[in-house]
Write a protein that binds this ligand. Structure first.
Ligand SMILES: Nc1nc2c(ncn2[C@@H]2O[C@H](COP(=O)(O)OP(=O)(O)OP(=O)(O)O)[C@@H](O)[C@H]2O)c(=O)[nH]1
Ligand SMILES: [Zn+2]
Length: 307
């Protein structure tokens, strides 16, 4: 049988077949892990083949994992493994942010975007709580939306109170697997529940299956919103694991810098104070956003300190 992994803790996996049946599966024997040291060899979003342990039972053994298009990891809580795969085969990530109550920092947004670039996952920014904006904030919001849009991160302004943007988000999700992320309090759960009124019911079905009273909130879970349309919720996952990017390569993960790299005088320009730097020139000219550049420098300092 074939199915899609809806939840993965590392010791068992909830697999959904095309007819909508759920199976609790384990790994049969050892599947080769290549060189990646992870606590869960199979992740949410993986397509797997499995066999029923016994005819008529709802437990199975997985014997094959289809090759992944992409995956995203975080640091593992296990002592023995380096990382935990949050999800695989993601079509798009939505980062829910807010300008008010609470305000999401540019640093957080840009770290998320760098990570997504590194994993090759397109991102759309969801600016929530627009019902709380005064005219000034609304204007500021438009500037920010435009700034990110120009470098390839489209945005949708939305509100779960007024309903603004909700249908646009639904359209974006249709037919895809979409990862939802965002700081606590931005309205991620409220939004997800509005996108699918039946979701709460489905959530409880999955937890009945797997949790047995134990609370494991740091595992991503996938839900079906509509046929062929899935969302991956990441409760309690604060940040995506920022892969360790050498500082010489960091600018490659900022699209607005990447497109200027071959215009810098030095091929190994770090865009800090080098003469003939195309990034600094366009930063001064206002063609590169100062907040983006500040995030670049701050991520670079962090990597320096970790080494
Ligand atoms: N005014 C306003 N409040 C909202 C909106 N969306 C959500 N909220 C409120 O924001 C608060 C946080 O919403 P949640 O959905 O719990 O946020 P979350 O991001 O899931 O947070 P965690 O559950 O902590 O991860 C709640 O009080 C919501 O009612 C919105 O569009 N406008
Ligand atoms: Zn440069």
């Amino acid at each position: 049988m074939e199915g899609l992994v809806m939840k993965s803790t590392g010791s068992w996996y909830i697999v959904r077949t095309e007819d909508g049946e759920m199976y609790r599966c384990r790994l049969r024997g050892k599947i080769k892990l290549k060189d990646l040291k992870v606590s869960n060899p199979i992740a949410v979003g993986d397509l797997v083949e499995f066999e029923l342990e016994e005819a008529g039972e709802s437990t199975g053994a997985i014997h094959h994992i289809a090759e992944r298009e992409n995956y995203i990891i975080r640091k593992s809580t296990h002592k023995t493994a380096h990382s935990h795969i949050i999800a695989a085969n993601i079509d798009r990530a939505l980062l829910v942010v807010t300008l008010v109550s609470p305000r999401t920092s540019f640093g957080f947004i840009d770290r998320f975007l760098v990570t997504a670039e590194a994993y090759d996952i397109p991102v759309t920014l969801i600016y929530n709580k627009s019902d709380l904006y005064d005219p000034e904030t609304a204007q500021y919001q438009n500037q920010i939306l435009k700034m990110y849009d120009q470098i390839g991160y489209s945005g949708i302004i939305c509100s779960t109170v007024s309903g603004q943007g909700i249908s646009e988000i639904k359209e974006l999700l249709a037919g895809h697997k979409t990862l939802f992320s965002g700081h606590s309090g931005v309205g991620k759960s409220t939004l997800i529940n509005q996108l699918s009124p039946e979701l709460e019911l489905k959530t409880s079905v999955i937890s009945d299956y797997s949790d047995k009273g134990k609370h494991t909130t740091t595992y991503a879970e996938m839900f079906e919103l509509a046929p062929d349309t899935y969302i991956i919720d990441t409760p309690g996952i604060k940040e995506l694991g920022l892969v360790d990017i050498p500082k010489e390569e960091l600018s490659y993960f900022f699209p607005e810098m990447r497109e200027r790299l071959n215009q810098c005088k030095y091929y190994n320009c770090l865009h800090i104070n080098e003469p003939g730097c195309a990034v600094l020139k366009d930063l001064k000219a206002g063609k590169i956003s100062l907040t983006r550049y500040e995030s670049y420098r701050s991520i670079m300092d962090e990597t320096d300190n970790r080494r």
